[in-house]
Ligand binder design. Sequence first.
Ligand code: NDP
Length: 277
Amino acid sequence: MEALHLALFGNPVAHSLSPAIHQAFADQCGLKLDYELILATEENFSEQLEQLRSSGARGCNITVPLKVPAHNIADTLSTAAATAGAANTLVFQQHGVFADNTDGLGWLKDLDRTDTSIKGKSVAIIGAGGAAAGITPVILAQSPDTLVIANRSPEKAADLLRQQLNPNFRSVSLKQLHQPDLPKFDLLVNATSIGHQGKHPELFPELFNPDALLYDLNYGTAAEPLKTWCNNNGIRYRDGLGMLVEQAALAFTLWTGKSPETQAVLSDLRSKLRQKN
Ligand code: NDP
């Protein structure tokens, strides 16, 4: 049987969990897998991508800092990739490269596990990078009452809401998140990478409605600072490991047409990470 050839492009890539996740999916589907990790820069990305494509690979995942270059290089875009202006999945097709962004839908699938609805609720996103760009359209499509995007560079938060005329959809700076005229939140999503610096965004328990959820896109050690803060302040917390598995499953379906079962893969990954720490 010929192996399914896939890869992950990014910088860094060495500690990625994607090879283990896709191996588990391939095992479920009885497929042989060859999953490469390719450390690339914006300068050599297109050359490396062409090399992968001509080697007969089916496609690739894309991570930081190449999601925007991947979007720009593609011949055709899904609506999700076009709206986000960034791609996390490329599919090599006969006549070109198709780009999708499975982060938003993957996030929503994992959010479903927490019984949290968005419709009519008050939602905040902290962060306005590639991941926030992926999930913002998905949140808007669920009709929240309020969406506030707070970011260190507020102009990037404003960019994510640039076509929204609803006055309840606002962009603010991190400091302005604590303004008294903002509502309390039912769902707050941490889409910053501060956790990788061993810190968490400055938050106050008063920002949250009772039974609110804080969904942190980070997982593993990068998730620890905010998880600890939530535990200490009685705020419901979920990390982004489930999102990681779900966005990978959606990519796997794009490459193979098969829909892997994700819960078992997530449980297994969680227990492996627990044993490691
Ligand atoms: P980007 O680099 O595109 O964006 C980083 C964001 O964090 C920006 O909003 C940036 O603000 C903010 N930030 C970084 N450092 C600080 C700081 N010291 N103080 C305040 N704000 C800061 O990253 P991504 O959007 O791609 O990823 C964000 C996080 O989500 C990462 O930790 C990543 O690992 C995780 N992620 C998880 C996924 C999953 O499947 N679970 C999928 C994708 C991402 P500014 O704009 O001002 O620079």
